[in-house]
Design a protein around this ligand. Structure first.
Ligand SMILES: Cc1cc2nc3c(=O)[nH]c(=O)nc-3n(C[C@H](O)[C@H](O)[C@H](O)COP(=O)(O)OP(=O)(O)OC[C@H]3O[C@@H](n4cnc5c(N)ncnc54)[C@H](O)[C@@H]3O)c2cc1C
Length: 427
């Protein structure tokens, strides 16, 4: 029997204790079978259970094994592509709906943490840091754009003010979002899984869905069992492989890497990030970082197209960290890991329905901690028969990568090289 453990990471090493979960054996029957126990799957399961559905979750490895248990932990609002781009592509009515929802995911996380008393080190406050005047102009227009949709809690930071919140000389300014913030991502997923179980939901681990029998009464098969359901939600994102070929065709798994320092001590940590906000810069290939509860710096960045694991993660990410904080040159790196997110060509999420009863959401292209929580709510609404918000996402146009599955990696890498060059030249 397969037994896939968590990858070695700071999060796995500091995870809250959880009871062992069973592997599916034999046949079960449920209202909704959710494939994947990341935030998309768990958020869907929770909303559905709160609305009276019976839910069975199948997880190939362990709860939060994918991006949800490995990410930077940054609660970043909105989507990986902004609402003005959406507006140009799909028109004002749909953009209005999506714009109103752009900050909902962060609220859902806070509601979940409070309602189910999830211990995940939640902190308020996220900073977008500008490396040049073009970035700053972008933040100013982004603030105006988000305010058009009712999100008015944002504060621009000039060059002096940003020094108060991050001790990095590279920034010319930034924007503070107090509805952003950070969490221990794996502990959030584990807390949400416990909430699912507290409402009667069942989660099977080490139980990969290997085949979906489609039709009026769909069945999801695992190696040793099967789930008969009225509905299926596919939430495997970058780890789904080819289980649903239609979903694999228009998306590409990409790796991104994270390192964690040894504990810095209260004094040094406070000099780096005095308010304990998280930070991401405004580059296309961006760096992101924050402190942990025990005052380590978690620093992430870089993209590997096609999701191959780089041999030496520290060699890739440490120089980025030292560029931001040269004062950390003697600090030891305790953990380094990689995780996969799912890229789409438009960088907008793919949401939809296959036939009448198979629903999916995937591909939020990097910024997914908040979106996936919203996605769970929107999918649950659609299953309840209220599809307006689901349709606003489902109607977003999506295209296959040029070159198909064979050539999508080199094409995307070429695109990233171009954007990386623009970042370096400050365009
Ligand atoms: C290193 C890294 C850093 C990131 N940092 C941030 C950040 O700071 N802020 C932010 O907003 N976003 C960040 N993201 C993105 C964010 O983490 C993801 O968008 C989000 O977690 C995706 O959640 P998900 O549930 O859709 O997918 P996942 O969390 O990947 O979950 C999918 C789950 O499905 C399971 N699965 C797959 N196939 C099957 C199958 N056949 N049967 C059963 N189970 C299956 C997998 O094992 C996995 O557990 C980061 C991503 C990575 C990789």
């Amino acid at each position: 029997m397969a037994n896939t453990p968590y990858p070695q990471s700071y999060y796995a090493a500091s995870a809250n204790a959880v009871p062992p979960r069973p592997t599916l054996q034999g046949e079960v029957e449920t209202d909704v079978c959710v494939i994947g126990a990341g935030y998309t799957g768990l958020s869907s399961a929770l909303f559905l259970l709160e609305n009276g559905f019976r839910v069975t979750v199948l997880e190939a490895a362990k709860v939060g094994f994918g991006a949800s248990g490995r990410n930077g932990g940054q609660i970043v609002n909105s989507y990986s592509r902004d609402i003005d781009v959406i507006e140009r592509s799909v028109g004002p009515r749909q953009a209005q709906l999506l714009g109103q929802m752009a900050f909902e995911g962060g609220k859902i996380i806070r509601e979940r943490v409070a309602k189910y008393q999830i211990q995940c080190d939640l902190k308020d406050g996220g900073v977008f840091a500008a490396l040049n005047s073009k970035h700053m102009a972008h933040l100013e227009s982004q603030k105006r754009l988000w305010e058009r949709f009712g999100h008015t809690q944002l504060e621009l930071l000039d060059e002096r003010r940003i020094r108060d919140v991050v001790a990095c000389d590279n920034y010319v300014g930034g924007m503070l979002d107090m509805s952003g913030g950070h969490i221990h991502p794996l502990n959030l997923a584990l807390g949400e899984a416990a909430a699912v179980e507290s409402l009667g939901g069942v989660i099977y681990e080490q139980s990969a869905a290997v085949r979906i029998e489609r039709g009026a009464n769909p069945v999801v098969h695992t190696a040793e069992g099967k789930v008969r359901a009225k509905f299926i939600i596919v939430a495997g994102n970058a780890y789904l492989g080819n289980l649903v070929p239609e979903l694999a065709a228009k998306s590409m798994p990409c790796g991104t890497q994270v390192i964690t320092t040894a504990p810095l001590g209260d004094e040094l940590a406070k000099t780096l990030l005095p308010q304990d906000y998280c930070v991401e810069d405004c580059n296309y290939l961006l760096d992101y970082y924050r402190l942990t509860r025990d005052k380590r710096l978690i620093f992430g960045g870089g993209v590997v197209y096609g999701a191959r694991d780089p041999a030496n993660i520290e060699a890739i990410i440490r120089p980025k960290m030292l560029k931001a904080f040269p004062q950390l040159k003697d600090v030891k790196i305790d953990y380094a890991w990689t995780g996969n997110f799912l890229l789409t060509l438009s960088r907008l999420p793919q949401v939809g329905r296959l036939g009448d009863n198979i629903y999916y959401s995937q591909g939020c292209s990097g910024h997914g901690v908040t979106y996936t929580h919203l996605a769970g709510k929107v999918l649950a609404e659609a299953l309840k028969g209220q599809a307006e918000r689901f349709d606003a996402f489902a109607d977003l146009p999506h295209y296959p990568f040029p070159g198909g599955q064979l050539l999508r990696t080199p094409f995307a890498a070429l695109g990233a090289w171009y954007y990386g060059l623009r970042d370096k030249l400050g365009f």
